[in-house]
Every structure is written in structure tokens, then in C-alpha cells.
Design a binder for this molecule. Structure first.
Ligand code: PLP
Length: 409
């Protein structure tokens, strides 16, 4: 994998796919079974009920053998009709990709973007902050004919390291008295950042396996509300493979209308056990603590963090802007070649201007310190001036903020 002989684990510090715990890899190595047999039905029922706890919903969650992009499409084709207006908010690259998909499907997309001061960093200013719910409310109030079918927002923008306040978007829709569905991409937020499908009044939540759920890529999710299920009965965009009705009907007994991803579902069952054992509140606190440690390092280097609003820092990843004239991808390449460490690339408008440090999946304080050390060595080797030691800052942070105690021997 490298020009030199690589030893030890590769450091996969991109914001998904995240490092998969050995416990999950072992669970996935079991023999593949008959997907119409009784053993499979028990597995299906187990994961379909367990995954509801993670979305914090009482309602059905559909699992697709597809990447997150498939689940994006599923959310749109199940709820919308040709030409329906959908209101989106440009928080970053993934919000833009979802908008492009909606347009390709024949929807009339309207994109709101950040309104406020420009702060002179390379990134478009809107890519440094979360959704502004007041703009959504104002736009919905103008739509007195209630044509807008759905409001689509991204919970954790993986391209920037910025989260959005989903409960505030629900309040905005309600304050406007508008019937639009609320559809949320929490592909990289689920099971790392706090998320409440029912309490926040979300109609469809889209997610994927390869981030907070700590699984390999390959399965994705639509969590539904009764209102979304109702809408799917009359929505007229063509749908077959993605159609919720047949899947939800067969899921009642733990089966699917087609061949599901058996071994990924073994992994999901194990991931759900791990999340339940730790407790979701502890999982969220652990990611917040990791993120604060990594931000301490970035601040010590004196490099700007892409997220400009501390209220919405992502607990999942931190986007770091490189100084003017420094190609962030050349730095990433150097770090990969020298230290077998993968960092996330800058996407879309941020190409070459930033790198992303992932703090999710099978990690701990010391693996994150190794990531910080790899970046710091890379910065020095690339001749990039840093203000101080990020490694020391992160060590101090983790030492001063103990996480959950390990079980004593
Ligand atoms: N949305 C977000 C926020 C993502 O982070 C990603 C992938 O990184 C996607 C959508 C697309 O998902 P996938 O690459 O699994 O199709």
C-alpha cells in the first residue's frame, strides 16, 4: 500500500468510512445464511427494532443494500411528485449534491444560502455555519399556496465539520404553519452526534452504515414518520426498488422483498449491541470530548477551523484550513506516504484549501493523538509554520478531561 513496507494498522482518519471495530469484523465473518430461513427472520427483526433506538423513533426504519446516496434518492422518490418544489439549504458539498440529485429527478429545487457577513476565508461563508432556520420560516410563509413539498437539510455536513439545529428547522416549519415534510440527511451524524427523529419532528431521516455505526459501507437507511408513509401513497415520482410499501410490509416478519446484505446485518446487530452497552448519551459525550481535543490541537497550531460557529462544531470531524498558497492535498499526500495516515480531502469549493480530521469509529484518545502527531509532523515537513504544538494541547485536553473509566482489571 506504500512505497515502503507498511507495518501496524493504517490510520483511517477520514470522516467515513470510519475504522471498524474488530468485534464487528468478527461478527461479519460468520457464514452467510438463507435469507428466507427462520434464523434470518430473527436477525431481521432484531436489527429492525434495534435501529429504531439509534434514530430515537417508534416508527419504521427501512434498510437498503446501498450507499447513502441511494437512501437520499429513496427519500425523494417516495415522497415527491414530478415538478414538486423542494426547499434546500446550502451548508456544504453534500447539501449541494442532494440538491443536484433532486433536480435530476425532476423536482423544482430552491436553495437558500447563508446570509451574513463574509469573513474572508477561502471558503464560501455559508459553508462555515449551520442552517439558518429563520430564512426557512420566512420562505415558507411566502408560500401561501403550500406548494413546497419538502424542506431538505443536512444534519452533519461532512464536507465542512458543521452541524445544523434540526429542532430549530422543525420549529420554523411549524411557525410558518406549513405542511412541508422535513427530510434530514444524518448520514455522518447518526450514532455520533445527538439525533432524535421523533422528538425533532423529522419525516424522513437518511443515514448510512460507514460512519457512526462503525460498519463498512454498503447499507443505508430511511427512518420514516407516519406523515411520510402517508405521503408515499400518493407521491408520483417513479419508484420500484426504493418503494417503502413492500419493504415495510415484509419487514414486519424480519424479511426483505429482495436479497438483503446478510453479513452487513450481522455487523449491524453487533454495532447495535455495542451502542446499547455504552448508552447513546455516553456515545455522544465521547465524540464531543474527542472533537474538543482535536480542536485544541488545531488551535495550538494556529490554523483556522472551517466551522466558524462554536455552537455547531461537529463532534464527528474537524475541517482545517491550510494557509494561503499551501495545497492541502499535497500535505495530505505527504502525510499518507510518510505515516500511513489518511485524512479527508477538501470537497467542492474547498478542494485544495482544507483537510478533514475524522474523530469517529473505532478510536480512542491514543489513536486520535497519533492522528494529531501525524498531522503535526506533516505540517513541519511541509515547511508550514505552526504557532505551537497541537500534540501537547491535545494531550493536555485528554488528560484534563477524563472520559468514561475503563473497567478495572
Ligand atoms: N451525505 C453526507 C452528509 C455524506 O457524508 C455522504 C458521504 O460521505 C453522503 C451523503 C453520500 O453517501 P454515500 O457516499 O454513502 O453514497
Amino acid at each position: 500500500r506504500l512505497d515502503q513496507h507498511a507495518t501496524g494498522h493504517h490510520f483511517l482518519q477520514i470522516p467515513g468510512p470510519s475504522p471498524v471495530p474488530d468485534r464487528i469484523l468478527r461478527a461479519m465473518s460468520l457464514p452467510t445464511i438463507d435469507h428466507r430461513g427462520p434464523e434470518f427472520g430473527a436477525l431481521g427483526r432484531r436489527v429492525l427494532s434495534g435501529i429504531r433506538e439509534v434514530f430515537q423513533t417508534q416508527h419504521p426504519v427501512v434498510i437498503y443494500p446501498a450507499s447513502g446516496t441511494g437512501a437520499w434518492e429513496a427519500a425523494l422518490v417516495n415522497t415527491c411528485s414530478p415538478g414538486d418544489p423542494v426547499l434546500m439549504f446550502e451548508t456544504g458539498h453534500f447539501a449541494s449534491l442532494w440538491q443536484k440529485m433532486a433536480a435530476r429527478l425532476g423536482l423544482e429545487t430552491e436553495v437558500l444560502s447563508y446570509q451574513g457577513a463574509d469573513d474572508q476565508l477561502p471558503a464560501a461563508p455559508g459553508w462555515r455555519r449551520g442552517v439558518q432556520a429563520d430564512l426557512i420560516e420566512a420562505r415558507l410563509k411566502q408560500d401561501t399556496a403550500h406548494r413546497i413539498r419538502a424542506v431538505c437539510v443536512v444534519h452533519n455536513e461532512t464536507s465542512t465539520g458543521v452541524t445544523s439545529d434540526i429542532a430549530a428547522v422543525r420549529r420554523a416549519i411549524d411557525a410558518a404553519g406549513h405542511p412541508a415534510l422535513l427530510m434530514v440527511d444524518s448520514i455522518s451524524g447518526l450514532a455520533s452526534a445527538e439525533y432524535r427523529h421523533d422528538a425533532w419532528g423529522v419525516d424522513v431521516t437518511v443515514s448510512g452504515s460507514q460512519k457512526g455505526l462503525m460498519l463498512p459501507p454498503g447499507i443505508s437507511f430511511n427512518a420514516l414518520s407516519p406523515k411520510a408513509l402517508e405521503a408515499s401513497k400518493t407521491a408520483r415520482l417513479p419508484k420500484a426498488f426504493w418503494a417503502w410499501d413492500e419493504i415495510v410490509a415484509m419487514n414486519a416478519d424480519g424479511y426483505w422483498p429482495y436479497t438483503p446484505s446478510t453479513n452487513l446485518l450481522y455487523g449491524l446487530a453487533e454495532a447495535l449491541d455495542m451502542l446499547r452497552e455504552e448508552g447513546l448519551a455516553n456515545v455522544f459525550a465521547r465524540h464531543q470530548r474527542w472533537a474538543a481535543g482535536v480542536r485544541a490541537a488545531v488551535n495550538a497550531w494556529g490554523l483556522p477551523i472551517q466551522c466558524a460557529d462554536p455552537a455547531v462544531y461537529s463532534p464527528v470531524l474537524t475541517g482545517v484550513i491550510t494557509p494561503p498558497g499551501v495545497d492541502a492535498d499535497a500535505l495530505r499526500k505527504l502525510i499518507h506516504q510518510r505515516f500511513d495516515l489518511s485524512l479527508g480531502t477538501g470537497l467542492g469549493k474547498l478542494k485544495g484549501r482544507m483537510f478533514r480530521m475524522g474523530h469517529l469509529g473505532d478510536s480512542n484518545d491514543l489513536t486520535l493523538l497519533a492522528m494529531v502527531a501525524g498531522v503535526e509532523m506533516g505540517l513541519k515537513l511541509a515547511g508550514i509554520a505552526i504557532a505551537g504544538s497541537g500534540v501537547h494541547a491535545a494531550m493536555d485536553h485528554f488528560a484534563a478531561h477524563p472520559g468514561a473509566a475503563l473497567t478495572p482489571l
